[in-house]
Design a protein around this ligand. Structure first.
Ligand SMILES: [Zn+2]
Length: 292
């Protein structure tokens, strides 16, 4: 069965080609809610949603991604990870012009507050960019990177933290990031850990912690499920070379028991990655530069 042969009856959905090879040669990977499906490309193994909601509908939904009633998701639950990620970035780039794509309320900027940094953020959520501008004096843009039309070579660092898998065209997004980065610029990309998602988001552990057999895959807003192999292919295709991978912690939006397990799991994941280079971490930070 290929995705091409199946036709959706709901015209809000569309079938899409693979973001790595550009082909529609995928097999069913997991059934989501309604029409949404995760499929796996037979050519390169990329797991992605197809069919998925049309980009205009996704864009409309994302406008309210950051709201007055969910600000904790972008502040308290993320602060510890963003602090570590900022440190990892600054070990390679001590200053310059930073663009945070999907900046939400701008929490990352708390850790780039020295005079050596010029702060820029963009997000499709008006609530997010207004808070980022007000709290951190960042120059913000409400919209997508493609719409912002920044000149070539504008930034020393571009960060895309826990955001790329919501983008309908991650391949085009990475090409535009390459365009707006300086030649010696740094890309910081955080994505959910693939092995973690396979264990945590379906099956017995998911049932124990969330009371459901499947969670993330049934959520139609998650468009891509990158693995270490497929994110490397996607980055290489866009002209990037990975220079460092850092295991990161899963989101901390959970109760006390979940939080204890989260910290234990993160400690184990860091140790495992250090010892054998295999990641079971909740998130992974990829630091990449322009390939020669
Ligand atoms: Zn493919």
């Amino acid at each position: 069965m290929t995705t091409r042969r199946r036709s959706p009856v709901d015209n809000r959905f569309e079938y899409v080609p693979c973001a790595i090879c550009g082909k529609q040669n995928a097999e069913l990977f997991m059934k989501g809610s309604g029409l949404a499906c995760a499929v796996r490309c037979r050519n390169d193994g990329l797991v992605y949603q197809s069919p998925r909601l049309k980009p205009a509908i996704i864009r409309e939904q994302n406008k309210t991604f950051v709201r007055a009633d969910n600000l904790q998701l972008f502040t308290d639950y993320r602060r510890a990870m963003l602090r570590r990620e900022a440190r990892a970035i600054q070990q390679l780039k001590p200053g310059g012009r930073l663009l945070d794509i999907g900046c939400a309320t701008g929490t990352l900027f708390e850790f780039f507050n020295g005079s050596g940094w010029r702060l820029h953020g963009l997000d499709t959520s008006q609530t997010g960019v207004e808070l980022a501008a007000r709290q951190y004096r960042a120059e913000v843009f409400c919209g997508t990177l493609q719409e912002a039309h920044y000149p070539a070579g504008s930034f020393d660092v571009v960060s895309v933290l826990d955001t790329l898998y919501y983008n309908p065209w991650p391949d085009r997004e990475l090409l535009e990031i390459r365009h707006v980065l300086k030649d010696d610029g740094l890309l910081a990309l955080e994505i959910p850990g693939y092995a973690y998602r396979m264990i945590r988001e379906r099956g017995p552990l998911c049932w124990l912690l969330n009371g459901a057999w499947v969670r993330g895959f049934a959520n139609s807003s998650h468009l891509y499920f990158f693995s270490p192999r497929t994110i490397r292919r996607l980055l290489n295709n866009a002209g990037f070379r990975i220079v460092r991978v850092v295991p990161e912690q899963a989101s901390m939006s959970m109760g006390n028991l979940g939080l204890v397990l989260n910290h234990l799991h993160f400690a184990a994941a860091r140790l495992l990655f250090h010892l054998i280079g295999v990641s079971i971490a909740g998130k992974e930070l990829y630091l990449a530069i322009k390939a020669a």
